[in-house]
Design a protein around this ligand. Sequence first.
Ligand code: IPE
Ligand code: IPE
Ligand code: MG
Length: 238
Amino acid sequence: MDEKDLVIPRHVAIILDGNGRYAKAHKLPRRLGHKAGCETLEQIVEDAARLGIGYLTVYAFSTENWKRSEEEVGSLMSLFRYYLKKLVKVAMENNVKVVSIGDTSRFDEDIREKLGDTIKQTSANTGMVFAVAINYGSRDEIKRCVKKLAAKAAQGLISPEDITEEMISRELDTADIPDPDLLIRTAGEQRLSNFLLWQSAYTEFYYTDVLWPDFHRPQLIEAIESYNKRERRFGGRL
Ligand code: IPE
Ligand code: IPE
Ligand code: MG
């Protein structure tokens, strides 16, 4: 298919996986696999914005990833510190608005501050929305949403029987983001790993064996081409 004829999905979500396997294949420490993954991410943000993708959500750190070794968690935190600074530059050059999903309260204060600054500095940008999922887990997000609705019910602001699907969507971290149209997972695994469980009810899934650090514009185009060949359904008959 000619690239200019492609229908570009409005919202692409990516589970970036395989940094560890990339490091192993190149006989590098895991930390350098993650560093290579950050560099790939920087480029993909720019590529996605130029392609006209409206929303790009990436799973960068899950609620379960704290269970990794202290050394690995530490090196991921150092990378966040460094790449958040670089992200501001990429976002400003490409009119990208950065937001985050996940419970950031668990991060060190300087990381929270840097993230807050990045969000603030890019908030007036009108192009692609780049949502970075950090300390994100769908079950945790749904739990926090249920707590908020239960608190409102306890205060008498809403009544339990009036709770709608829309109200739930509005209390999730993704309140301002449409559901993903296409979800890509790299590195061969075919599971959601606690990512966007509620939001991906009708999302098209695309899996590739390519390891995240090797995922570049041609691989993104390939995923979009596959999406273009799908016959999308939303439950009813077309
Ligand atoms: C994905 O790469 C990045 C994070 C989860 C932070 P992995 O670190 O999971 O890489 P593999 O799965 O071990 O290859
Ligand atoms: C999913 O990858 C989480 C992120 C990409 C941040 P993992 O590598 O942590 O997931 P599992 O352990 O294979 O399910
Ligand atoms: Mg992994």
